[in-house]
Every structure is written in C-alpha cells, then in structure tokens.
Design a protein around this ligand. Structure first.
Ligand SMILES: C[S@@+](CC[C@H](N)C(=O)[O-])C[C@H]1O[C@@H](n2cnc3c(N)ncnc32)[C@H](O)[C@@H]1O
Ligand code: SF4
Length: 206
C-alpha cells in the first residue's frame, strides 16, 4: 500500500505572544532554521508526486516566525501547482502577515484562527482584549479574500452559546466553518475548566 502525505505539519517556533489558560503546549525558545524547512519540503517534492499542503502551526504562535512570509511566498512562487498552505494562528497579527503575502500565496492559502467563543468566554482563556483584536483580524482577512476558518475550544463558559457563536462567525466570515475542539485538560487549565462547574457551590444566597 502506498501512503502519500497530504499535509506536512511544520512547527517552526516554540514561543507565543499570548498566555492562554487552557494551552496544553510546553513553550520553548527554539526556532527551526528556514533552510531546514525548505530542504525537507524540496526533498519531499522531488521524491513524491502530487500536491502537498504545508500546515504551519506553532507550539507557540507561528506568525512570530520571522521567516514565515519569505518561505511561504518563495514556495508558492516556485511550486504554484503543488504547494498550498494552511496557517493555524491565534489571530493577533495574522492580518499584518497576510498583507505581505504574494498574489500566488493568497490564491493557495487558508487560515485557521483560534477564537474561543464570544468576548467573555474567549477573553477568560485568551486574555483581556483578545476577542476584539482577533475579530478585527478575521474581518481584515475576509476583506483581503483570504479563506478563513475558526477553531474554538469548547468549555463550560461557551458551550451553551456554541450555535449562536457559529452563526456569528458565519456572519463575519461568510463561507467559513467553525471547528469545535474537545478540551484537553491539563495542569492549570483544569482550573479554568472546573471552576464554572463548581462556582454555584460557592455562591451565597441572600
Ligand atoms: C497550541 S495552539 C498553536 C497555534 C496558535 N497559537 C493558536 O492558538 O491557534 C493549536 C490549537 O490548539 C488549541 N488548544 C490549545 N490548548 C488546548 C486545550 N487544552 N484543549 C484543546 N485544544 C487546545 C488552540 O486553541 C489551537 O486551536
Ligand atoms: S495562542 Fe496558541 S500557543 Fe499561544 S498560549 Fe494560546 S493556545 Fe497556546
């Protein structure tokens, strides 16, 4: 049986500009050399026929990787019929990055933005003010014609609003889809997950 890759997941960076309470990753300062990434991609394309999607994600935030724009643009120019890109981002500076993409990249890129529900629920995990910034970035991506989807961790804070939230995303990004993620509960994130469940037991009735 032949098994061909359709997605090559690349984690070029280990640090982040947010400190989400639910985050399961262990951040680090490591950065992948751009030459290493390009060598691996070229070797794959030489060895295996067909299309390949590069799935750019960080153990932190991939938009902080200073070589992201040049590599993505270069590979898009060199292999317009074989390479496409999926970028997973926290959405804080993705519009600024997308503005630097070439026309060929914009034809072959999809962006998946993390947004964990409406403002209160999202900001409880991702930090105060992040909802407004992420939504502004999604709107700018849509205005640029970038195909944009949303990933949302389901928590007790947002689960009751999930359908309304999905509708909200469809309104700001027509044609998008929302992928709801089952929460992986570890360490500190347990508090975020468990607190809304136990909160009623601490409330005093007057
Ligand atoms: C680790 S993040 C890295 C990419 C980027 N920084 C972001 O936030 O989208 C990748 C995905 O994992 C999700 N994630 C983080 N912690 C999680 C958890 N405890 N359970 C489920 N998904 C989680 C994020 O929401 C995001 O969709
Ligand atoms: S933005 Fe992504 S990598 Fe950064 S802390 Fe949040 S979930 Fe983790």
């Amino acid at each position: 049986m032949d098994i061909l890759l359709h997605d090559m997941m690349i984690e070029p960076i280990g640090y982040c500009n947010l400190h989400c309470k639910m985050c399961y990753t262990k951040h680090c300062a490591s950065v992948l050399a751009p030459e290493t990434i390009e060598d691996v991609v070229r070797a794959y394309l030489d060895a295996v026929p067909g299309a390949l999607r590069l799935y750019w994600i960080g153990r932190g935030e991939v938009t902080l990787y200073k070589y992201l724009v040049p590599i993505v643009n270069r590979l898009s120019e060199q292999h317009p019929d074989r390479i496409s890109h999926l970028i997973q981002t926290n959405g804080i500076k993705i519009a600024e990055i997308a503005r630097q993409f070439s026309g060929r990249t914009l034809d072959n890129v999809k962006v998946s933005v993390s947004l964990d529900g409406f403002e209160k629920a999202n900001d409880a995990n991702r930090g105060q003010g992040t909802f407004q910034k992420i939504v502004a970035n999604i709107k700018q991506l849509v205005a640029m014609g970038v195909r944009t989807n949303v990933q949302c961790i389901l928590t007790p804070c947002n689960v009751n609003d999930a359908i309304a939230f999905e509708q909200f995303v469809h309104d700001i990004a027509p044609g998008s889809n929302v992928q709801f993620l089952y929460p992986v509960v570890t360490g500190l994130s347990k508090l975020c997950f468990i607190y809304p469940l136990i909160k009623p037991f601490f409330q005093v009735n007057h």
